[in-house]
Ligand binder design. Structure first.
Ligand code: NAP
Length: 317
């Protein structure tokens, strides 16, 4: 017996957002006895949202944290084992793959990575407190709540332009606040944004505080050239200044594209056999709970088939 035998698993799922939990539901029902390792931000980005109205099956909407709780219970019902802890190392060069969590080392025949991404925030007073109460990082998710309201979008990249253009369908007024006097966005997105009569631009300004008691009512801005302060009214603030995929643990071990894990098109297979990836850690295009869940399902099916076709017999030394 190897000293690690107790911690040998057929499948470890890393991450507990919609992708990881859906992967666990499928893997548990396929009798893979998955171990799901969740970090300090258990539940992922949906834990930071309030009402979710576009997840199919919930006619009247559902709160983000409640949706995650339901997915977690569903995964547990079929026998998923949960483990909380910070993973300090993963070695994808040896199989079974050693995963170090505190003092424990798990040896996993197969791994599904669903560690998600984080939206970059402005880190100004009021922003965190009002997240989900006027502050949002996703126009597709929350634009609908801002019908006929005043919306501010921060950022000058393609994401900011895409979100701002989308938000003009809802807002009475949509203003892009950008810290410089020119956009970073691609030419075509700039042309589309400038051609949209409902979009206003406030150049050379940064948000220094989000104002509001219970919900956003305005923003404190500062001129980035003169330092002059200014206040504007706003009902919604969309922070669209970039995302960070949570991939630090896997750097140099897996092929990546712009920091996101690369998968073989149409599958969840990464560049390492036996390692699969799903959700926002892969997806910089859709970033939705439902697409993450779908990708989690794909990863579980891919893992199950690969374990069936290529059973792992050797033991890591
Ligand atoms: P990005 O290109 O890095 O742009 C981030 C924007 O946010 C920049 O304008 C930046 O200002 C601003 N910013 C960053 N930190 C800030 C801060 N603390 N305060 C105020 N402003 C801040 O990010 P992205 O727009 O998310 O795009 C990421 C990648 O995805 C890009 O390659 C993009 O082309 C791609 N993308 C493509 C599409 C599309 O083609 N439809 C859609 C979305 C994303 P500065 O300009 O001053 O640096």
């Amino acid at each position: 017996m190897n000293e690690h035998d107790d911690d040998r698993r057929r499948l470890a799922v890393i991450g507990s957002g919609p992708a990881g939990l859906t992967a666990a539901v499928y893997a548990a029902r396929a009798s893979l006895n998955p171990l799901l390792i969740e970090g300090i931000d258990a539940g992922g980005q949906l834990m930071l949202t309030t009402e979710v109205e576009n997840y199919p099956g919930f006619i009247d909407g559902i709160l983000g944290p409640e949706l995650m709780e339901r997915m977690r219970k569903q995964a547990a019902r079929f026998g998923t084992e949960f483990m909380s802890g910070n993973i300090t190392a993963v070695d994808l060069a040896r199989r079974p793959f050693p995963i170090t969590v505190g003092a424990r080392t798990i040896l996993a025949d197969s791994v599904i990575i669903s560690t998600g991404a984080k939206a970059q925030m402005l880190e100004v007073p009021g922003e965190r407190e009002l997240l989900g109460h006027g502050v949002s990082t996703c126009a597709t998710c929350d634009g609908f709540f801002f019908r006929d309201r005043e919306i501010v979008v921060v950022g000058g990249g393609d994401s900011a332009m895409e979100e701002a253009i989308f938000l003009t369908k809802f807002g009475s007024k949509v203003t892009v606040v950008h810290r410089r006097d020119r956009l970073r966005a691609s030419k075509i997105m700039q042309e589309r944004a400038f051609a949209n009569p409902k979009l206003d631009f406030l150049w050379n300004h940064k948000v220094v505080e989000v104002l509001g008691d219970g919900s956003v009512s305005g923003l404190k801005l500062e001129d980035t050239q003169t330092g002059e302060p200014r206040e504007i009214s706003a009902d919604g603030l969309f922070v669209t200044i970039g995302h960070f995929p949570n991939t630090a643990l896997f750097e140099g071990q897996l092929e990546m594209i712009g920091g996101y894990i690369a998968t073989k098109p149409g599958t969840s297979e990464t560049s390492v056999p036996g390692v699969f990836a799903a959700g926002d850690v892969v997806d910089f295009r859709y970033r939705q709970a439902i697409t993450a869940a779908g990708m989690g399902c794909m990863a579980a099916i891919d893992a199950e088939r690969s374990l069936e076709e290529h059973p792992v017999t050797e033991t890591a030394s």
